[in-house]
Design a protein around this ligand. Structure first.
Ligand code: PLP
Length: 497
């Protein structure tokens, strides 16, 4: 393919037609459509392109559709797409500064821009007093696994610093302590933390959250967990707190958590590394009305949010800041002869390979740079506020039909979690109510006009409505509600007859 053919083919990939939000294919559909083996000879692009429309598109769920309301969004934008295209054109593996200085330097600059835009404390800036800084990871899960590994090594290093380097005694002490380590989260923490504990080879304990606390982790819950864990001879070393939990978008109680940690694990050796997982809601910090949430983040050790969820930056793009970059580099730094160069040796440049698990890395800062420059901070604030407004609008509509629906939580950061009104079903148990809400969820998704996801909170099966995809407008929110009302009336009349 030459560059003219590429230009023509690329234009065809920009298709603005309306698509059905949910894919209707059955499992294994694609194997029936594709040959068993790769072609011996290269094929014409026209044939490949035809197959995109006929074979691939039917198997896609359309995450950019205004009727996609499931999980959290994965939002894209034209500047975000251009960032992906330029990155593909410049293709390289920017593991060291010398690999392509612009790749490293733009990343440091845009992450400082974002840290300021989110009002993060100065300790997270690349030139801050604690020598912190930001780095782009693919996903929040990678960011969390990375900080947990750094937290584990920091804890072990500090706990054994009195032993002679390289000694057998040090090796034994590390092995023994390592077997006792416990990472903490709550029952509302995303599974990425549990997975990180599996990867880091440590235990995981989820502290229960309660409906009466708004599904937040509280200092008291944490106190109980730390006390119980220590009573068993185990050692808590890490905690994920969440700003915008996946089920309900609750925010853990940072103040009471900080107070309990100051008492039970004060700063210094033996402290718990606290990571703030703000994968979805963190980008709302761009609006001054949410920046009170940034204020005490200097009490914690690291913070991440996904630009690819709600900030118009194409997947994948999770931004992570640490209060002290040495913690990452000490845990993950490697030095091989093949990597040595004068710039690295001078200590004047950043080699991001030591801030992450993979070796090579993509030029992801381009898409952030394009998005931030195109929309400006004001445009991005307007984007967030618009969706917060849609969340309020939807919740307001739900409240007009209390005969049909009941809000479980929200709206928070545009997310409303609701269920079918239990009073409508005579003598119904919790299981019966859950079953009927699940029927509504399944009926609506099968119909395919809108696409929702569900969760179970405090034993209640509930439906999540999250209208924060890029093209959603007020008429769409009204349409979502109408679809739900019609389906709910049908489901309830079937249940009561
Ligand atoms: N943390 C939270 C709070 C999430 O909601 C999610 C996904 O929705 C994740 C982490 C995982 O995100 P990723 O797919 O970027 O690993």
């Amino acid at each position: 393919m030459d560059s003219n053919q590429f230009r023509e083919a690329a234009v065809a990939s920009i298709d603005e037609s309306e698509r059905h939000v949910v894919s209707k294919v059955e499992p294994g559909y694609l194997r029936k459509l594709l040959p068993d083996a790769a072609p011996e000879d290269g094929e014409a692009w026209a044939d490949i392109q035809k197959d995109i429309e006929v074979k691939i598109v039917p198997g896609l769920t359309h995450w950019q559709s205004p009727n996609f309301l499931a999980w959290f969004p994965c939002s894209s934008s034209f500047p975000g797409m251009l960032g992906e295209m330029w990155s593909a054109a410049f293709n390289g593996a920017g593991f060291n500064w010398i690999c392509s200085p612009a790749v490293t330097e733009l990343e440091t600059i845009v992450l400082d821009w974002l840290a300021r835009a989110f009002a993060l404390p100065e300790c997270y800036l690349s030139n801050g007093s604690t020598h912190g800084g930001g780095v782009i990871h693919g996903t929040a899960s990678e960011a969390i696994a990375t900080v947990m590994v750094a937290a584990r090594d920091k804890y072990l290093r500090e706990a054994t610093s009195h032993l002679a380097p390289g000694s057998e005694e040090l090796e034994d002490a590390i092995a023994l302590k390592r077997s006792k380590l416990v990472a903490l989260g709550s029952t509302a923490t995303h599974s990425a933390t549990q997975k990180a504990a599996m990867i880091a080879g440590v235990r995981f304990r989820a502290v229960p959250v309660r409906a009466e606390d708004g599904y937040k982790l509280t200092g008291e819950g944490l106190r109980k967990a730390i006390t119980e864990i220590r009573a068993k001879g185990l050692e808590p070393f890490y905690l994920t707190v969440t700003l915008g939990t996946t089920d309900t978008c609750s925010i853990d109680d940072f103040d009471s958590i900080t107070a309990v940690l100051a008492e039970l694990a004060p700063p210094g050796p033996g402290e718990l590394w606290v990571h703030v997982d703000a994968a979805y809601a963190g980008v709302a910090l761009i609006c001054p009305e949410y920046q009170h949430l940034s204020q005490n983040l200097d009490k914690f050790h690291s913070f991440n949010t996904n630009m690819h969820k709600w900030m118009l930056t194409n997947f994948d793009c999770s931004v992570l800041w640490v209060r002290c970059r040495r913690w990452l580099i000490e845990a993950l730094g490697v030095s091989l002869a093949i990597l040595r160069n004068d710039y690295t040796d001078s200590g004047l440049v950043t080699d991001y390979r030591d801030w992450q698990i993979p070796f090579g890395r993509r030029f992801r800062s381009l898409k952030i740079w394009f998005v931030v420059r195109t929309y400006g901070i004001k445009g991005l604030q307007a984007h967030i506020r618009k969706h917060i407004g849609f969340g309020e609008m939807f919740a307001g509509l739900v409240k007009t039909r209390q005969d049909l629906f009941e809000i479980v939580t929200g709206p928070r950061f545009a997310l409303t979690v609701f269920k079918l009104q239990g009073k409508e079903i005579e003598g119904a148990t919790l299981e019966d109510q859950n079953a009927v809400t699940k029927t509504l969820h399944d009926v609506v998704n099968a119909e395919g006009k809108i696409f929702l996801s569900s969760t179970v909170v405090g034993g209640v099966f509930a439906i999540r409505h999250c209208p924060s995809t890029p093209f959603v407008e007020a008429e769409h929110v009204k349409h979502h509600f109408q679809v739900l009302v019609e389906a709910a009336e049908k489901v309830l009349s079937r249940t009561n007859n």
